[in-house]
Design a protein around this ligand. Structure first.
Ligand SMILES: [Zn+2]
Ligand SMILES: [Zn+2]
Length: 284
């Protein structure tokens, strides 16, 4: 693609972030979009919420990302700002797996646009209440320790004191005795540290959300040439190969422009009819 078709080529954007996320986001946007990212870190983003429940998050995941981007733009006096925000929950398919939702936003005041990249993937977010050192050791494989770090606190998940960023057995043992001494009845609460620099699974998911954003930044509306032309809806109804009834499988994507509201339906081609196992009549 020619540089002239990349609407962010040669421009500058601020990125307000802590916890090492700039090392993933900045190179991706530079190589895919030619966008130069200025790292802003003279603001403690933990003030807008933490995963360890000490500070509740500012609004929704999107609200928090917007707020961070705006603070970064104000601090660095840029017209374009980037920020990322993660959330944890259960997977959208079975509701049984721990899931990590990552969002990376770009706010562009020169075009009056807000473009977001998303990714949802499996989370490394194990937690457990234990009473003995043996139970701590038994929990470590499930927590993928030490590649993924730990947070420890006395009693339960709501104790106001905690130690974060534990990444060696020695520091874990020290923290274990610290928590044990402070606990009321000998219980200790262990969990994965969910900050990006302590959780490589999250880093991988943030990269995928950034790649989603990068693709949207280069995707231009065929009508007004605004960036951010992307799939906003999927139409279902692929026909069953056996009986010909409509299934819940997709047949087309609806693309929309954030600027002029132009939409375009693009059929998903090169796909066979639906497998009868996905049909409500053949496989109820
Ligand atoms: Zn069928
Ligand atoms: Zn448009």
């Amino acid at each position: 693609m020619s540089r002239y078709l990349k609407p962010y080529f040669g421009l500058q954007a601020s990125l307000l972030t802590q916890h090492g996320k700039e090392a993933i986001i900045s190179p991706e946007l530079l190589s895919t979009n030619g966008l130069e990212v200025i790292h802003v870190n003279n603001y403690d983003t933990d003030k807008l919420g933490t995963f360890t429940r000490d500070i509740p998050r500012y609004g929704s995941q999107l609200d928090a990302a917007r707020k961070k981007a705006r603070i970064g733009m104000a601090l660095s006096d840029t017209k374009i700002g980037i920020a990322s925000e993660g959330a944890f929950g259960n997977d959208p398919y079975t509701g049984l797996l721990p899931w990590n939702y990552e969002l990376v936003i770009l706010i562009d005041d020169t075009r009056n646009l807000e473009i977001t990249g998303f990714y949802g993937g499996e989370a490394q977010s194990a937690s457990k209440q234990v009473t003995s050192w043996d139970e701590v050791i038994a929990f470590l494989p499930e927590a993928q320790f030490p590649s993924h770090q730990l947070v420890i606190r006395p009693d339960d998940e709501y104790h106001p004191l905690c130690r974060k960023g534990i990444n060696t057995i020695d520091s874990l043992e020290l923290a274990y005795h610290w928590a044990k001494n402070l606990s009321k009845n000998g219980n200790i609460f262990l969990e994965n540290d969910l900050r990006a620099h302590t959780n490589p699974t999250r880093i991988a998911n943030i990269l995928k959300a950034t790649q989603d954003l990068a693709k949207k930044l280069n995707s231009l509306c065929p009508k007004c040439e605004s960036p951010g032309f992307s799939v906003t809806k999927t139409k279902k109804g692929l026909l069953c190969a056996n009986c010909g009834a409509s299934t819940n499988l997709p047949i087309s994507n609806i693309w929309s422009c954030l600027n002029c509201r132009h939409t375009k339906e693009i059929a998903i081609t090169n796909q066979a009819a639906a497998d009868p196992s996905r049909c409500n009549y053949c496989n109820p």
